[in-house]
Write a protein that binds this ligand. Structure first.
Ligand code: SF4
Ligand code: SF4
Length: 382
């Protein structure tokens, strides 16, 4: 008999605090209840997606009602929850993010700690992967238990940002930009790093906020909100991501993380080895999910690749009507190749590594992806 992993799906209609608590509790109960994951006295990190300083209704960050519901469950189990993350690029101010996203208010309401990851610890990789060592937030390593709380969103580099990808917030601020520099230009490499990070931290439980999700060109303001009304949960984030892809009509092969997970044998990527509890997949599946315009990523020493990257592949460009010249993208750019000249943005595309940090941090949704002409002709984008 196959030993199956479990993923729970529950319908959730709104972000009303009491309703979300009921829905999250039902989801966790399907998996055996909070006491299966948390023991009395445990220090429990609640790891939301706090990408940028946007209000909950912008759908860019995990909704505070979800955090509060999980924190209450953890407190009821006799454990000590705290919220922690390291938001987006180097332009991001944690206090502003915490206030705008409702996290500060949620933490204050529950009397729990809210931590801006600052110190990191070097850990040796476990899976014999390409990364020998990773620097990871100390608070995440020191926690007895991690409950991973992603937002269901599209991602122009990685297709979707779900359970595995959400752990990227445990890499600290500027180091994150450096990883974008090293790894974000190659999806496969980046996916391998994310899986390594996930394997090292091994969150006990992942609960995905899919009540209001994002489709189109996420994960920032350029994406479009989509009311899915669903909460997903499981102990294996790879299996959970697999089930969500299935519900959205996305093939495993479209998600670099699932491709890499299968190759490396991390988690479960086969639907026949997953027990879906609660809602039946066929009842919650959608068939018109808007895919992100995947950013083609080519990078390397090879001159041809460089030529292709500079002349054919997609690149960031601002919509001048929407751009307020706030400079957030300039501060976030790890290679310092954006400047303001003659009241407009100038990019040195020769040095642009296509990490798209600028797109993630733009508060106006003004930073856009300009598709590579040749790839467009060949129909690489749907
Ligand atoms: S301009 Fe290029 S290198 Fe700079 S943040 Fe944007 S994509 Fe990254
Ligand atoms: S593109 Fe966005 S982040 Fe960059 S200056 Fe314009 S409004 Fe600010």
């Amino acid at each position: 008999m196959i030993n199956k992993t479990q993923v729970a799906i529950v319908k959730a209609g709104s972000y009303n605090d009491d309703q979300v608590y009921k829905d999250i509790k039902s989801t966790v109960d399907l998996l055996g209840g909070i006491n299966r994951f948390v023991k009395k006295g445990n220090k429990v990190l609640l790891k939301p997606n706090l990408l940028s300083a946007k209000p909950p209704e912008a759908g860019i960050t995990t909704h505070p009602a979800v955090i509060k519901a999980v924190a209450k469950l953890v407190i009821e189990a006799g454990a000590i929850p705290f919220i922690g993350d390291s938001p987006g690029g180097r332009a991001i101010n944690f206090e502003k993010v915490a206030a705008a996203t409702g996290m500060k208010q949620a933490a204050d309401e529950l009397g729990i700690e809210l931590v801006d990851f600052k110190d990191s610890v070097e850990l040796s990789a476990t899976n014999g992967g390409i990364f020998k060592k990773l620097n990871i937030a100390k608070e995440a390593i020191d926690a007895d238990v991690i409950i991973n709380l992603p937002k269901l969103k599209t991602h122009v580099q990685m297709f979707l940002t779900l359970g595995v990808k959400n752990m990227f917030g445990c890499i600290i601020g500027l180091q994150k930009a450096q990883w974008h520099f090293k790894a974000g230009v190659d999806r496969k490499y980046f996916a391998a790093m994310l899986l390594e990070l996930y394997s090292l931290l091994k969150p006990s439980l992942t609960i995905v906020d899919g009540i209001v999700a994002m489709e189109g060109d996420g994960p920032g303001s350029a994406g479009k909100l989509r009311s899915l009304g669903l909460v997903f949960a499981g102990s294996d984030a790879v299996a959970l991501d697999t089930v969500i892809c299935n519900a959205l009509g996305v093939k495993n092969e479209e998600l670099p993380i699932l491709v890499a997970a299968k190759e490396k044998g991390i988690g479960i990527t086969e639907m026949e080895k997953i027990d879906v509890l609660g809602e039946r997949l066929k009842d919650v599946s959608i068939h018109d999910f808007i895919r992100p315009k995947m950013i083609d990523v080519m990078f390397g020493p090879n001159l041809l690749k460089k030529f292709l990257m500079n002349n054919i592949t997609s690149k960031p460009i601002e919509d001048r009507k929407m751009c307020t010249l706030c400079s957030k993208c300039i501060e976030a750019c790890p290679t310092d190749i954006i400047s303001i000249q003659n009241k407009r943005l100038e990019f040195n595309y020769n040095k642009c590594i296509r990490c798209f940090c600028c797109l993630e941090v733009c508060p106006e949704g003004a930073m856009q992806v300009k598709q590579g002409a040749l790839l467009k002709v060949f129909g690489y984008f749907s």
